[in-house]
Design a protein around this ligand. Structure first.
Ligand code: AOF
Ligand code: ZN
Length: 361
């Protein structure tokens, strides 16, 4: 049941920020383990998962066990506390995957349930629940989003030929999947170089999922984002946040583009750590970076990449091409960036491997 609650929770990824994506399953053990209600955090972050499940169960909730992927909340926010809703509905037992790191809750939800006489177990599939909401945890604990770097390369790691051709490295299945990846992130970030070269939309254009497009963030260190770019022209439909340097007064000639500022680091460009903090301040928990080699390399060099989503085509370019990453100041093997493969899948003739940052041993 907790696995099923985690699967439901996953539906919220990318569209509930700054909230976590939570799932809830209500089970009547006295009725042959009948599932009487299922719920997940709704777009925008409310209603919460428990309220949804309780509404579906109606009177059948009385006497049920609630499996919840996050501690039910105890604070009055945009909704009344879920812990109270579970108590009032007559739930008899609660199984919680992980304690909520939000200081407004953080153990108080569990205490409230237990005080009302509801047996409450904590920790079932806890690591899975934290991994699913790693963006929420990161933002709560470090005031940053988690960063996924997406790259699409030839088998030998090149992104363009020497004449600059780069459009069709991977095939249509891989491209469709990358739109799904966009839908599961709160924001997508690119550089002004990519905007000028490709004039991208950076939206999710899968049928039926276009409402899940992430906020589009452009690192505009050169102060060049044009009002006629696809991004600026569509900013009234899907938000565009332009990040420029502090102390400059450039503004895009488009009222819909949101103007944000971070300090400039000499010889490096806009401060990426400050950018992550700024995005977190605006509620972003999951950031997808889809940029050219220069910006991608900066994220990697500064050790800001939590996950690599690497789409690979079955083609070989050879060293005439443009490599996906520039120099990382690696002298010996010990200096390399280390990742562990966490998932891999075939997409037509291409494949995708998700690598997760290997923490220091
Ligand atoms: C739950 N179930 O499905 C979610 C929870 O702004 P509010 O009122 O929505 O409160 C946000 C906080 O609620 C968030 O930081 C987290 O602690 C909790 N999210 N809690 O019981 C849910 N999404
Ligand atoms: Zn709640």
């Amino acid at each position: 049941h907790m696995r099923s609650a985690l699967t439901l929770a996953r539906r919220g990824l990318g569209n509930v920020w700054p909230n976590p994506a939570v799932g809830c399953v209500l089970v009547r053990e006295d009725l042959n383990n009948r599932v009487v209600g299922r719920g997940w955090t709704q777009p925008g972050g409310s209603p919460h998962a428990e309220t949804e499940a309780l509404a579906r169960a109606g009177d059948l909730a009385r006497g049920a066990t609630a499996y919840v992927t996050l501690e039910p909340c105890s604070h009055i926010g945009r909704t009344d506390p879920c812990a109270d809703a579970l108590i009032e509905a007559g739930i008899s037992r609660t199984v919680v995957a992980a304690i909520d790191p939000d200081p407004r809750v953080s153990g108080r939800g569990i205490a409230r349930l237990r005080k009302a006489g509801i047996a409450t177990d904590v920790g079932l599939l806890g690591p899975e629940a934290k991994a699913l909401n790693s963006g929420f945890w990161r933002r709560q604990q470090s005031a940053r989003p988690i960063v996924t770097l997406k790259i699409a390369t030839t088998a030998d790691g090149f992104v363009a030929s020497r004449n600059g051709d780069s459009q069709w490295i991977t095939g249509s299945e891989a491209r469709q999947h990358s739109h799904f990846l966009r839908a599961q992130h709160d924001a997508i970030l690119t550089g002004i170089g990519t905007v000028e070269a490709d004039n991208p939309m950076l939206t999710c254009r899968l049928p039926g999922l276009s409402h899940l497009s992430p906020i589009r963030v452009v690192m505009d260190s050169k102060h060049r984002l044009g009002a006629e770019t696809s991004l600026a022209l569509s900013a009234d439909i899907v938000p565009v946040w332009r990040i420029g340097a502090e102390g400059t007064d450039f503004a895009v000639d488009s009222s819909a583009v949101v103007d944000l500022r971070v300090p400039n680091v000499p010889h490096e460009g806009l401060n990426l750590t400050a950018t992550l903090t700024l995005l977190s301040d605006h509620g972003v928990t999951r950031l997808l970076v889809e940029a050219g080699p220069k910006l991608s390399t900066s994220f990697l060099r500064q050790d800001l990449v939590d996950q690599l989503a690497w789409y690979r085509a079955p083609t070989v370019m050879g060293s005439d091409g443009l490599p996906v990453f520039g120099g990382l100041n690696v002298d010996g093997l010990a200096d390399m960036r280390g990742f562990a493969p966490s998932n891999t899948m075939e997409l037509g003739v291409d494949n995708l491997t998700i690598y997760t940052r290997r923490l220091e041993a």
